[in-house]
Design a protein around this ligand. Structure first.
Ligand SMILES: [Zn+2]
Length: 349
């Protein structure tokens, strides 16, 4: 039970658009994965259609874009593109859309910097850095080799990074086709994730920040091992929950548009709290992140799903460590870190 009410409208086929409301279109692009689609929203602008997110870079999606653009109502033109965050299904075709159609790109500076860093990383991912990162979680060296391979699986979905971008920031405003859209920026799922909110019409273009049925990945990346993304995620969700009314229509990047955004955020917060409670009950003994990922039910996962599960387990452990609830083993055996609740010393008997 998510507490959400779904918009009663059939989703568009990939490369097609449907109208959600006056001046707002919904389209879809394909993702070559279990999560098989991304929603794309188009807002009527003064000189064309303002686009939010692009889909991953595949030949199929490039063709779908050519088809979509020629079939847009009134004007077959994209005026601007806002990229919500730097994950490949959102940013993948931004550089291509800019080069092919000359569309200006808008993005947060954090997301653009991360995209540039990742582009460098894709040229030569350091096996050593990956081995050190997963090795300290207690992952067996043989499995680390698989994780290193899995980390490269998404690489082809990142197209060229847009060379020229306009930077947007929290608290900003974008005027699109005579209406003001507020810019809100959250973190935790990714760095500086932008959402667009139209207050008068109560429309939230949410990216991955609020999804009705799935909870977005919140993981520590080997490229930013000192991060505390779960704390960022809690802060972002709590902030959004304060101002997002339940009667606003949430237009998410995956799944069906829905009402009840604040209630859904409450359910997502509860989901993470319940994972933390599960971890606490195991942490009476010293555990590795690898062992704790099994406790959370993620032991049998393979490939990309496996490293995401480890990254997410580490995010939860890091959160507990930074809160002072859990301690990290002061000396490591074979470079493996272990964790345990910071228990008060037991009374002498
Ligand atoms: Zn994402």
């Amino acid at each position: 039970m998510t507490g959400s009410t779904f918009l009663q409208i059939d989703p568009p086929s990939p490369g097609q658009w449907i109208q959600v409301s006056e001046g707002l279109l919904w389209a879809r692009m394909r993702i070559p994965a279990k999560l098989d689609h991304i929603n794309i929203y188009l807002v009527e602008d003064d000189d064309g259609w303002f686009l939010v997110d692009t889909g991953p870079d595949t030949l199929v999606n490039r063709d779908l874009w050519r088809e979509l653009v020629t079939g847009l109502p009134r004007r077959a033109k994209l005026s601007r593109v806002l990229v919500t965050h730097s994950h490949p299904d959102h940013i993948g075709l931004a550089g291509w859309l800019q080069a092919e159609l000359g569309v200006p790109i808008y993005i947060s500076s954090g997301a653009q910097n991360w995209a540039l860093r990742e582009a460098e990383e894709r040229k030569g991912r350091s096996a050593q850095a990956v081995a050190a990162f997963y090795g300290r979680m207690g992952v067996h060296p043989e499995e680390v080799v698989h994780l290193h391979a899995a980390l490269g699986q998404m690489d082809p979905l990142f197209g060229p990074v847009a060379s020229e971008v306009s930077l947007v920031q929290a608290g900003g405003m974008m005027r699109i086709g005579g209406r003001d859209w507020e810019l809100w920026v959250g973190s935790g799922h990714s760095i500086e994730h932008v959402c667009l909110y139209q207050r008068a019409s109560r429309l939230l273009i949410a990216g991955d920040q609020v999804l009705a049925k799935i909870t977005p990945l919140v993981g520590v990346s080997y490229m930013s091992p000192e991060g505390n993304p779960l704390a960022d995620w809690f802060a972002s969700l709590t902030d959004m929950q304060r101002w997002l009314p339940n009667d606003a229509l949430v237009l998410p990047a995956h799944g069906q548009p829905f009402y009840g955004g604040a209630r859904r955020i409450g359910a997502v917060l509860e989901h993470h709290e319940s994972s933390l409670a599960t971890l606490r009950s195991s942490l009476v003994d010293w555990c590795t992140v690898h062992e704790l990922s099994h406790v959370l039910g993620w032991g049998g996962l393979k490939g990309m799903a496996r490293y995401m599960a480890l990254d997410e387990t580490l995010a939860h452990i890091t959160y507990l460590v930074r809160r002072g609830e859990v301690v990290e083993s002061p000396s490591t055996i074979g470079g493996v870190y272990r964790y345990r609740l910071d228990l008060p010393p037991s009374a002498p008997s």
